[in-house]
Write a protein that binds this ligand. Structure first.
Ligand SMILES: C[S@@+](CC[C@H](N)C(=O)[O-])C[C@H]1O[C@@H](n2cnc3c(N)ncnc32)[C@H](O)[C@@H]1O
Length: 395
């Protein structure tokens, strides 16, 4: 039987997530802001949880309906066969996500839905499941729009960016699935050098290595679908076995990280060691003193933001120096900078070839792409030419 799943993701990654879900076997793919819907037989959700690098959660759609108020939600929730989905021994949590909903109190609506689920259990099993806000086995996600509600069961548990590899987090680490999505947006496939010159605890480096080696991001963690009554351990073992791809012979992709901070590098080293990725090179270097480690490659980084870390006025002086260095030394490279600092494009004095809006947690950010061409990317020169054209009346 075909089931519907909704994969949530950081805003801005919907297109690359759609491609990924298609590669993983999803059908009828439809993207909406913040996630992508797809269909497949139930074990598809095992594979998506295990292998999606970009999704935040995989939600299983168990129902939908029209509503006006909390009592409609109670009635609709009561009509769903919850005891068929999970046992009364599971600890549950109800999470309500509202978009333009007329409900006055989401807290009250959440309570009514929880009551409906528990009452349904009492009717069938004469017992009610316990609620656990912090460590639920099963999370019921209720998406309420203007007059329409969709009921989901979260099959992931902990969000999928919690891969299980992060032993230590530095300051302002980027989320793992956002890093993976950005790598996919850059088009890096493992053949060229990948450099993060402000690597912190190493998120881009690790996600890149997992991608290049074909290692499933979820191989070291558990998932909530294990608590579902339809959980099939034989199929799950099979999906896990299938995800173990032979590591291709030949040299490992060249992945390099720099950071000026020795503590950050120690953290990156610990994270890398935990995964057996010691072949990734780490050097303590100030980014402004670096030289390109090859004639061509991908530079992917998220510099200090000014909001979470980094002094705003220091950054103002730093951007033009960073831009100059790229211009002088990184011809032939694709440079990708994620930042929430809207001053960057002006101050770096380079013309971005792409600007992609992305959300880094709650921070509205942009991924700027600069294709570094020898003698090109000189924004001032372009601007001068444009100004000359404007003056002459030609545009
Ligand atoms: C926003 S954090 C990067 C976080 C990283 N992507 C992660 O997920 O852990 C910025 C990093 O830039 C480093 N950094 C700041 N100024 C630097 C400089 N001039 N040269 C090299 N690294 C620098 C900081 O030490 C910090 O680790």
């Amino acid at each position: 039987m075909m089931e519907k799943f909704f994969a949530t993701c950081p805003r801005g990654l919907e297109d690359v997530l759609s491609q990924e879900l298609q590669e993983l076997g999803g059908q009828e793919i439809r993207s909406t802001p913040g996630g992508v819907e797809c269909q497949g037989v139930f074990p598809l959700c095992y594979r998506l949880n295990l292998e999606s690098r970009i999704a935040s959660r995989i939600l299983w759609r168990v129902g939908q309906g029209w509503y006006r108020d909390e009592e409609d939600l109670y009635r609709l929730a009561s009509s769903l066969p919850w005891p068929d989905y999970f046992s009364v021994d599971c600890h549950i949590k109800v999470r309500m996500i509202a978009q333009h909903s007329p409900l006055k109190s989401l807290e009250f609506a959440t309570l009514r839905v929880k009551d409906a689920i528990c009452d349904r259990f009492v009717r069938v099993t004469h017992a009610r499941p316990e609620v656990s806000k912090r460590h639920p086995d099963i999370q019921i996600v209720v998406f309420v729009a203007v007059d329409h509600v969709v009921w989901y069961i979260d099959t992931s548990g902990d969000p999928l960016f919690k891969r299980g590899w992060r032993k230590v987090a530095g300051e302002a680490p980027i989320r793992e699935n956002l890093a993976a999505g950005i790598l996919r947006l850059t088009g890096w496939t493992g053949e060229r050098v990948l450099l993060d010159p402000m690597c912190g605890a190493g998120t881009f480096l690790i996600e890149a290595a997992l991608m290049a080696k074909g290692i499933a991001p979820g191989r070291g963690r558990e998932f909530a679908f294990r608590h579902l009554k339809n959980f099939d351990s034989t199929t799950w073992d099979h999906v896990r076995q299938e995800s173990i791809k032979p590591i291709l012979p030949g040299p490992s992709p060249s992945i390099i990280g720099y950071d000026e901070d020795a503590n950050a590098l120690t953290m990156a080293k610990r994270n890398l060691e935990g995964l057996g990725l010691e072949d990734i090179r780490l050097d303590q270097v100030d980014v402004l003193d670096m030289t390109p480690p090859g004639p061509k490659g991908f530079l992917v980084t998220n510099p200090p933001y000014g909001v979470r870390m980094g002094d705003r006025s220091e950054l103002e002086e730093w951007y033009p120096k960073f831009g100059n260095l790229l211009k002088q030394q990184f011809a032939g490279w694709g440079v990708y900078v994620l930042t929430a600092d809207s001053r960057l494009p002006k101050l770096i004095h380079l013309a971005p070839s792409r600007k992609i809006p992305l959300f880094n947690g709650p921070l509205e950010s942009r991924l700027y792409e600069f294709q570094m061409v020898a003698g090109g990317n000189r924004k001032p020169a372009r601007q001068a030419r444009q100004q000359a054209l404007n003056k002459s009346g030609l545009k």
